[in-house]
Design a binder for this molecule. Structure first.
Ligand code: 13P
Length: 252
């Protein structure tokens, strides 16, 4: 059966001390009251090694929010997949809409990142999602399909088994405007169909597809109740341990 996951994306928030404090608080809460789903926190690079030493990795997985599209060498300021893995992290978010929109990450660049992440033993949380104009024009399915095709369709089924998908409609990110549970279910089912066509029915059935975009304790339960919604990728609400745990507890 596919894994249910609630993952946090801290984005560019929390200095090192604040990040350590948040990880400690979350670790305490989740060791005292064990989650009924997989939990992952994805932090800025600078937090990874410290947070890896704090969390109980049998309860909380650790991930980065990005990695380089090059293996190593003279790429000043970049952080490679191998470096991420060496901190103790096991996941990396790739293809977030903020990286696509603000840092020009194309499907081709993301394909390189995905390949390097998987080659270095990281699981990839691969984000897809349409902008508002695309949704209004009814193009959301074709947009997410092209994003998947452009970066993941060269993978083998074996490689693909280490990919988690996150559907994040850009119009719902940080806006307080959540997709309805019905909208999420409809497109998640479509995405699973795209995966089935390429990687087969079993791979599609096993794929965890997260919803992201203004997910909070108050709406998580309704979203997660849908058969094709396997959890959430959480931004703002992952920055407070109580809110994040409130979403995790939606699986109970
Ligand atoms: P918010 O939960 O803040 O809307 O962010 C969602 C997101 O982008 C997670 O990657």
């Amino acid at each position: 059966m596919r894994k249910k996951i609630v993952a946090g994306n801290w984005k560019m928030n929390k200095n090192l001390q604040e990040g350590i404090a948040l990880a400690q608080e979350l670790n305490e809460k989740l060791t005292a009251d064990k989650p009924a789903c997989g939990v992952v926190i994805c932090t800025p690079f600078i937090h990874l090694a410290s947070v890896a030493g704090i969390i109980d990795k049998s309860i909380i997985g650790l991930g980065a929010e990005n990695c380089a599209d090059k293996e190593k060498g003279a790429y000043t300021g970049e952080v490679s997949a191998e470096m991420v893995k060496s901190t103790g992290a096991d996941y990396v978010i790739l293809g977030h809409s903020e990286r696509r929109a603000y840092y020009g990450e194309t499907p081709e660049i993301l394909k390189e990142k995905v390949n390097l992440a998987l080659a270095n033993g990281l699981k990839v949380i691969f984000c897809i999602g349409e902008v508002l104009e695309e949704r209004e024009a009814g193009k959301q399915n074709e947009v997410v399909k092209a994003q998947i095709e452009g970066s993941l369709f060269d993978l083998t089924t074996e490689q693909y088994a280490n990919v988690i998908l996150a559907y994040e409609p850009v119009w719902a990110i940080g806006t307080g405007k959540t997709a309805t549970a019905e909208q999420a279910e409809e497109i998640h089912a479509f995405i699973r169909g795209v995966i089935a066509e390429k990687f087969g029915a079993q791979a599609a059935e096993d794929t965890t597809i997260l919803y992201g975009g203004s997910c909070k304790p108050s709406n998580a339960r309704e979203l997660f109740a849908k058969p094709n919604v396997d959890g959430g990728l959480i931004g703002g609400a992952a920055l407070k341990a109580d809110d994040f745990k409130g979403i995790i507890d939606a699986w109970k």
